[in-house]
Design a protein around this ligand. Structure first.
Ligand code: NAD
Length: 568
């Protein structure tokens, strides 16, 4: 009998797949600590014999192998960044990304992790929830042969791992597999609809195809188990399938491979997504094809424009996590304007140098700044920040940082005062600082990591105010959990807002952010988010315009005289 000590495992992402995978690992004797944003998923892990904890950092600290089973690369990157920021990954440990992620992002992440002496292995899976439950997943691994050997025993408790190539290979194979699988499913749905309209029983068709050359995973698994019984409950969401398809077609585009059929399949799945309920299972595509089979990609302009409006509304939901009558009025009155805005607002969400949570805190700082105070945006971005995993403390800290903006009255006003005093002959040179003033200067420099000449005159002329402000502004620096870099990005956010544009502070905080490790891409992303503020003209004014137009049309419909009156 082997006496080898099993490594402790952290599993982050305990959804449809992660939860049964954790149960398999526990059954194989591993100690599993897990985290999911959803408290019910954490409780499920604890009930299954693992330990559900309340942060990913806590889970990772308890393990030498950290498995991720998350929705997509954006979430994976954000989680890994949090783990690195908190130094939660021990040197020599391994992160195994079993999510279906984007291979390009995986390769970048592998480099970032290797700088912290952590190895990344990608190991996405095929086999669905059932395969996860019974340990029969196909596991497509990317990484070095040594890294594969390290994690192979863990993966063998979940299914059959096979090494496909260097890091990123597993994710590439998985995405290409799913493009194939989704295309088969579409073709099978069209075939079944044709057979049925010809008077055949689709179950008979599928049964015969399964012993013929047209068979596929769709005919031998998805049709008999989820589509023919009408349950549409495979546990794999349509949105996740579409994500994988797009990873594969993007990969083909990048390497110059043909993907005409793949692009067409993506277009049809995209259309299905806009027409089906959010959260629909991917097997619903068969029902959708059946209901639209007369011509699912018909060039019917009314249907097309209805579908493209739905798709545009979905884009705004994807970017901002919100939709209401205000947005609807812009869509109704000026869809092209809304589409152009979506292109603009999407830039930071495509480049993703900042994680989603930080982006939402930046939007919040812009909208909550005293020079702007856009309450609908404040509510929207607090909600979205919570959805992206921000804690109430992090949101309060963002507000505390933003509430320092009022000091700009002093930053601009005191130099103006000294200028006038000098012009009036009431002041010559700056007075020497007292020891009290010097100690205030030292305290500020230590706590905030910088000194700027615009504090000189405030400290000299009004040390009481300077001291009180130092205390006021230092609170988030003493008690908050946001990194110094993110704090500085928040200052940049409100200094760069079009309703404030405080150039002196803006430049200072760009410099401070760079000193705290921010990249130029991250700083640009903050300003891209600030730029979205201009569209609040539309979100405020379009609903009012729509309302006024509606009132007029109702008035003229109910009173023909009113029309005559207004025309005369
Ligand atoms: P899911 O939506 O059921 O689970 C994802 C889980 O991640 C959710 O419980 C969610 O709360 C959690 N989560 C999201 N953000 C988080 C964060 N920042 N920190 C911690 N937890 C977070 O999805 P799933 O079906 O389990 O799929 C997971 C991955 O596996 C996806 O990449 C998917 O494409 C892939 N996959 C799924 C299947 C399937 O049949 N469901 C099959 C193969 C591969």
């Amino acid at each position: 009998m082997s006496t080898e000590v099993l490594p402790d495992i952290a599993l982050i992402g305990l959804g449809n797949m992660g939860s049964p995978m954790a149960a398999r690992l526990i059954g194989a004797g591993y100690r599993v600590t897990g985290f999911d944003l959803d408290p019910a998923a954490r409780d499920r892990l604890t009930a299954n014999g693992g330990t559900g904890v309340v942060t990913a950092v806590e889970a990772a600290r308890a393990a030498s192998v950290v498995i991720l089973m998350l929705p997509n690369s954006t979430v994976v990157e954000a989680v890994v960044r949090d783990l690195l920021d908190a130094a939660a990954l021990a040197p020599g440990s391994v992160v195994v990304d079993m999510s279906s992620s984007d291979p390009a992002s995986t390769r970048e992440l592998a480099q970032t992790l290797s700088a912290a002496d952590v190895t990344l292995v990608d190991a996405p899976v095929s086999g669905g929830v059932k395969g996860a439950e019974n340990g029969k997943l196909t596991i497509m691994v990317g990484g070095s042969p040594e890294a594969f050997d390290t994690v192979r025993p863990v993966l063998e408790s979940l299914g059959t791992p096979r090494l496909g190539g260097d890091v990123g290979a597993g994710h590439a194979i998985k995405a290409i597999n799913n493009l194939l699988s989704a295309t088969h499913l579409l073709a099978t749905a069209e075939a079944a609809a044709a057979a049925q309209r010809f008077g055949l029983d689709p179950a008979v068709l599928i049964d015969m195809v399964n012993t013929s050359s047209g068979r596929s995973g769709s005919t031998d698994n998805k049709y008999p188990n989820f589509i023919l019984p009408g349950t549409y409950d495979s546990g794999f969401a349509l949105a996740l399938m579409l994500k994988d398809m797009k990873i594969a077609t993007d990969l083909a585009a990048k390497v110059g491979a043909p993907a005409l059929l793949g692009e067409q399949a993506v277009a049809m799945w995209e259309r299905a997504q806009t027409e089906l309920e959010p959260g629909a299972d991917h097997t619903e595509i068969a029902r959708w094809i059946d209901n639209n089979v007369d011509d699912p990609v018909a060039d019917d302009s009314a249907a097309d424009s209805e579908a493209s409006k739905k798709a545009l509304a979905q884009r705004i939901r994807d970017i901002h996590g919100t939709w209401d009558d205000g947005w609807q009025s812009i869509l109704d009155l000026r869809p092209a304007f809304l589409a152009a805005y979506a292109d603009l607002a999407e830039v930071p969400w495509k480049k993703n140098h900042l994680d989603d949570k930080t982006k939402e805190l930046i939007y919040l700082a812009v909208d909550a700044a005293a020079t702007h105070l856009h309450s609908p945006g404040v509510r929207q971005h607090i909600r979205a920040a919570l959805d992206h995993g921000a804690t109430p403390d992090e949101i309060m800290e963002t507000i505390e940082l933003t509430a320092t903006l009022g000091i700009h009255a002093m930053n601009i006003g005191v130099p103006l005062l000294t200028e006038v005093l000098e012009e009036e002959g009431l002041r010559d040179t700056p007075a020497e600082l007292t020891s009290y003033q010097r100690s205030l200067q030292e305290q500020f420099t230590t706590e905030r990591g910088y000194w700027h000449e615009f504090w000189d005159e405030i400290l000299e002329l009004d040390p009481e105010m300077f001291e009180a402000y130092t205390e006021f502004s230092a609170l988030p620096w003493r008690t908050g959990s946001l990194s110094p870099k993110v704090k500085e990005l928040i200052y940049i956010a409100f200094d760069s807002a079009a309703t404030h544009l405080y150039v002196k502070g803006w430049k200072l905080h760009i410099r401070n952010a760079i000193h705290h490790g921010a990249t130029k891409e991250e700083i640009l992303e903050v300003m891209e988010i600030s730029s979205a503020l201009g569209f609040q003209s539309a979100t405020t004014a379009f609903p009012i315009l729509a309302d006024e137009l509606d009132r007029r049309s109702r008035r003229s419909a109910s009173s023909p005289d009113a029309i005559g009156g207004s025309q005369s």
